[in-house]
Ligand binder design. Sequence first.
Ligand code: ZN
Length: 232
Amino acid sequence: MIYLSTRTSWQKSATKISLHNMNDVIYPYPLIESQFFEDINSLTRKHQHYNAEMGLLNIAGEEKKALDPDFWILIWALDFRDRMFQILIERHPDYGGKGAIAAVGPTDLLEFFGSMKNNAILPTLTLINSPEKMKSVVVVVSRPKNYQERSKEKNQYQAMGRFQNWINKLKNTPNTKGQWFPSNAPTCPVCNGPIVGIQDGYKIGFGMLVCPDCGHMERKEIVKQKAYEKKF
Ligand SMILES: [Zn+2]
């Protein structure tokens, strides 16, 4: 099992969850191209029911050894048949710029992967990236050390920036530490760290820059039309 502590918009307080190690049924870990993550990040800009949240607090492996949450994202989704998907993905230099599905939940999903093996991966990811078939898709990313509770909208943009940051690092792996960003990358006027652009693959507005660490935004264009609701 892999052990997580999460605090999402639908959880009243920090909550421990445990997910099944993917290696229980598939070895080695299935590796996912970065385009899949870019597509989800674009969907979070386009659809009310696709969101990013900074809710991944702690993560620990098999021997309960603490791992760095910045290397992980959790896709937590519900489809229109009310099936839940919890897919934990790791970024690691060993995975050659791809994300590894390291753990899943609930048990039904593990059993599905166990029976279909790698043939289950593409249909599952395609389903998650199909807005008309999903009730809710949330990408849960780590929180920055200086996390501040802001408006729901601002928190979401920072979460999207942290997700984009995770994708950028994924693609640049295995660069050496501290070399993720080109030297001409724009820096945050507040905390001086690199800021990232959130991709707008669906051409629904122009680009936006957000600081993954402090949440500072350079431009803000897209306003979601309705307050979003989640029902898990
Ligand atoms: Zn900043």
